[in-house]
Design a protein around this ligand. Sequence first.
Ligand SMILES: Nc1nc2c(ncn2[C@@H]2O[C@H](COP(=O)(O)OP(=O)(O)O)[C@@H](O)[C@H]2O)c(=O)[nH]1
Ligand SMILES: [Mg+2]
Length: 387
Amino acid sequence: MKIKSYYSRTVEDAMARARQELGPEAMLLNTRKAPPEARHLGEYEVVFATGISALEAVDDLPAAPPPPSPPAPRSGGDVLSTKVAELKKELEGMRRALTQTVLAPSRWAGASPDATDAYGLLTASGIGPELAQEIVHGAESRAINPGMPPAQAAGGDAAVFERALLQELESRFTVQPSLGKSESHPAIVALVGPPGAGKTTTLVKLAVNYGLAGRRPVMLLSMDTYRIAAAEQLRSYAAILGVGFQVLETPTALAQAIEENRGKELIFIDTPGLGHGDMDHGSSLAQFLSTRSDIDTQLVLPASMKPADLSRVVESFERFRPQRLLFTKLDETSSFGPLFNEAVRTGKPLSFFTTGQRIPEDLEAASRSRLVALVLDGHGAQAAFAA
Ligand SMILES: Nc1nc2c(ncn2[C@@H]2O[C@H](COP(=O)(O)OP(=O)(O)O)[C@@H](O)[C@H]2O)c(=O)[nH]1
Ligand SMILES: [Mg+2]
């Protein structure tokens, strides 16, 4: 067996060189930041082993009984089994000596046990493997502060790494918990999204917390004439709250209602929930909202949605040109990675989170530290919602 290190500016580059030279049989043992004494060779080091293919099973053997040996001349068998035992020992010792071992992408390891744990935590929360690796690399770079003693620089200090990880996660997305375009008065907010996402209830929560609570005059407009009686839900809330309410059938009527209510401070527009099959029904509204630069269109998405569905829904609502993402039902999931993935992938700021059915209480301004805490401790956060 032969062990060889490759150094380069990026892990990918070092891996590519190793694979080119050693071929596909070589086994990746370790990926890490190059130690300071080898840093001049490249920022990252990847370690490969070759010539172990016949012994791959050895990896799992220490606890298992040895397989029955085929009938062979006794002396030859002894030599072979001694050799195998020696190699097994060597391999096991090497594995322990390495701080981490990479055997499969799902068990990717960083430069330190902290990095490996972080990767496991991020992927377990639903963050995509590639993004999780990028984040851990980013955190490792942050943790290596040239002004620090080498022990900390090598990532030995768990607290340093943890802080770096939090900073790295927070740097990956933005939040903008506000309503309306800054240049527009009144503030006009339209909520769009799939059926049942929580648009109508969220709109009422926002109207109470950001309108009524601050004595700002509010108008509620509903374009939700797609389902029978859908607008009635909002009409009854408007009556309870004592705020103006109108149902509009067409974008032209909506534009006119906005003009008539210029004296208000906040105008909320509720829209029909459009599923995959009914996007055509929303095309004139999409056309209208995507071209009105004074309207702040926010895409409402349930945090509990499956990752693949989430991405598909985000794509299909692009025609509305939503500027921000508003996540609902955070109380219904314990993995917040998919939400994080979308925030990173789209680059759209997060505006608000809703955390339950209570109106108006279960609403939060989106915050970066909050989402990062949720990603890292989903189940703990669940208990907090339930409280
Ligand atoms: N658990 C939970 N349920 C919510 C939340 N927000 C809305 N809902 C519920 O989701 C359902 C659909 O809400 P609705 O506002 O009518 O969705 P819309 O079709 O997008 O307008 C209702 O039963 C709401 O009470 C939330 O944050 N958590
Ligand atoms: Mg609704």
